[in-house]
Ligand binder design. Structure first.
Ligand code: IMP
Ligand code: MG
Length: 174
């Protein structure tokens, strides 16, 4: 494969994360915010978004794997790494790179809800349009993109390209 067209540039991403961070800063004044990143993809978004949040936030991470092929989600999720800390009574903001089928997040939110956080919300940099998915309330969303497979800014193709500073399409070549 080749790196295809740039869908969202590094400058656009930074401006959007600044906006999202400002809103989060406003909304979570006086709250006890913990950011929960979904590994591995979300680590880039989380690192940059967090630096636009002007609050004493805590970080935690979960790692999940959805059974299925490399580019299709099956909805069956396995927790590879759980949170290090309890979230009961905490204000939890789950940070994701992309919402595709939404199945991973649907499962994750249900799983976290059971732990009785004071609040539970969702931030995602990218939302794929034109996908039939369970209702998902993304409180802080970045960009809507066409339903194509993309790489960069945390998103991988066979484990690679997560370090691209922008989001690009994948171009298949023989
Ligand atoms: P879901 O289909 O919304 O459950 O997406 C689950 C995970 O699949 C996301 O968190 C990403 O890690 C990955 N994913 C979904 N779409 C893409 C893509 O276009 N490129 C790379 N990874 C993706
Ligand atoms: Mg992934």
């Amino acid at each position: 494969m080749k790196i295809g067209n740039v869908i969202v540039s590094a400058e656009q991403i930074d401006a959007k994360l600044a906006e999202m961070g400002a809103r989060i800063t406003e909304d979570y004044q006086g709250k006890n915010l913990i950011l929960v990143g979904v590994l591995k993809g979300a680590f880039v978004v989380m690192a940059d978004l967090a630096r636009h949040i002007d609050l004493p936030v805590e970080f935690d991470f979960m790692a999940v794997s959805s059974y299925g092929s490399a580019t299709k989600s099956s909805g069956v999720v396995r927790i590879l790494k759980d949170l290090d800390q309890e979230i009961a009574g905490r204000d939890v903001l789950v940070v994701e790179d992309i919402v595709d089928t939404g199945l991973t997040l649907h499962y994750l939110l249900k799983n976290l809800e059971v732990r009785k956080p004071a609040s539970l919300a969702l931030a995602a940099l990218l939302i794929k349009d034109g996908i039939d998915r369970p209702p998902l309330d993304v409180k802080y969303e970045g960009f809507h993109i066409p339903p194509k497979f993309v790489i960069g800014y945390g998103l991988d193709y066979e484990g690679k390209y997560r370090n691209l500073p922008y989001v690009a399409e994948v171009e298949e070549v023989d």
